[in-house]
Ligand binder design. Structure first.
Ligand SMILES: Nc1ncnc2c1ncn2[C@@H]1O[C@H](COP(=O)(O)OP(=O)(O)OP(=O)(O)O)[C@@H](O)[C@H]1O
Length: 318
């Protein structure tokens, strides 16, 4: 059913270099979240901290009552079994074929027989559309296939939480759309909590239930998709609309002169909030909200043209 991740006052530095400070957020059970942020703001460091690969300087990451920032190695080992992680490059073993790569966690962490392992591996290969490619080596397949194989491997232990580190890196826009659909379909099917780190604004606008933005060593905002897509907060607005006008410069923050020179420049209006991507079978995910609900409940008028009724998931279709 997915489990919640409760992050409180998390701070991380390497030596004297502060990565981020006082990060607090709750990744709700079973929901899809996207974490955005300019390069180098510590998104991957956050993922690694959530899974206990890196220790924060302060703060807690509580999963099922255990703080993984301070628990014993034994407890951490147990908690890690709840996670599946899709690393940026798929992190496949180059000398093993896809079947053995996907089977690896089962052989390492379970006492399943080879015939039980085969059943699980083939089920996950089918889920990601890779049946028939079991004998291929990672070097013989495309980047998109490697990602899907990495995803199959992330799923073999039936995780409650799936973390995706830039799943779209190196993929063309069409493959990214297919992968996004796969993520949404998977969430509908297994109800796992999902956190996706990405630079892809289109993914952030259409896939998740919640969006977070790391900027300038802190979590600038985290909340429902509609909250961020209707936000006038300069950093959020600039990032989610991929604009050059705003506080984010080529190397993180713009200086005072650059910001002064932008004064008076008119920002384009906020674009309409798009429909959220539906599962391909058309049946809504458990955590999916009615389009426009957050805006209505919070008295926010969404940008004109939002939740276009001609799109697949019209308001009132719930
Ligand atoms: N193990 C480490 N030791 C020292 N510094 C590290 C370590 N891991 C990451 N960093 C530093 O932390 C900062 C944030 O890195 P991170 O990879 O998390 O950024 P990111 O937001 O994921 O970037 P990108 O979007 O470019 O992938 C970088 O300056 C990086 O050099």
């Amino acid at each position: 059913m997915g489990v919640e991740i409760k992050v409180q006052d998390l701070t991380k530095s390497f030596g004297r270099s502060l990565i981020w400070k006082d990060v607090s957020l709750t990744v709700p059970a079973g929901e899809i979240c996207v974490m955005l942020g300019p390069s180098g703001t510590g998104k991957s460091v956050l993922l690694k901290t959530l899974i206990g690969l890196l220790k924060p300087d302060y703060g807690s990451v509580v999963i099922e009552g255990t703080d993984i920032a301070s628990c014993s190695e034994k407890d951490l080992y147990e908690i890690r079994k709840l996670f599946g992680v899709l690393f940026q490059d798929g992190a496949m073993f180059g000398s093993m074929n896809l079947y053995d790569n996907v089977a690896f966690p089962l052989r390492e962490h379970t006492r399943k027989t080879e015939s039980d392992i085969r059943a699980v591996v083939m089920e996950k290969m089918e889920l990601v559309g890779l049946v028939g490619a079991e004998d291929k080596l990672p070097g013989e397949i495309s980047g998109g296939m490697r990602k899907r194989a990495g995803l199959a491997r992330a799923l073999v232990l039936d995780p409650e939480i799936v973390l995706f580190d830039e799943p779209d890196s190196g993929l063309d826009p069409v493959r990214t759309s297919f992968l996004n659909q796969l993520i949404v379909d998977l969430n509908a099917q297994i109800d796992a909590t999902m956190l996706i780190v990405t630079h892809d604004v289109n993914t952030a606008r259409t896939v998740p239930d919640n969006i977070g933005l790391l900027y300038h060593k802190h979590l600038a905002m985290f909340g429902p998709r509609e909250m961020l897509l209707s936000s006038e907060e300069p950093v959020v607005r600039q990032f989610l609309n991929a604009q050059m006008i705003g506080p984010i410069g080529m190397s993180e923050e713009k200086d005072a002169d650059e910001l002064e020179s932008e004064k008076g420049q008119e920002l384009p209006p906020l674009p309409p909030i798009p429909m959220q991507l539906d599962p391909s079978n058309g049946i809504h995910r458990r955590s999916q909200r009615e389009p426009g609900l957050w805006c209505r409940e919070n008295g926010v008028t969404p940008p004109p043209g939002s939740f276009d009724e001609n799109m697949s998931m019209a308001p009132g279709a719930f």
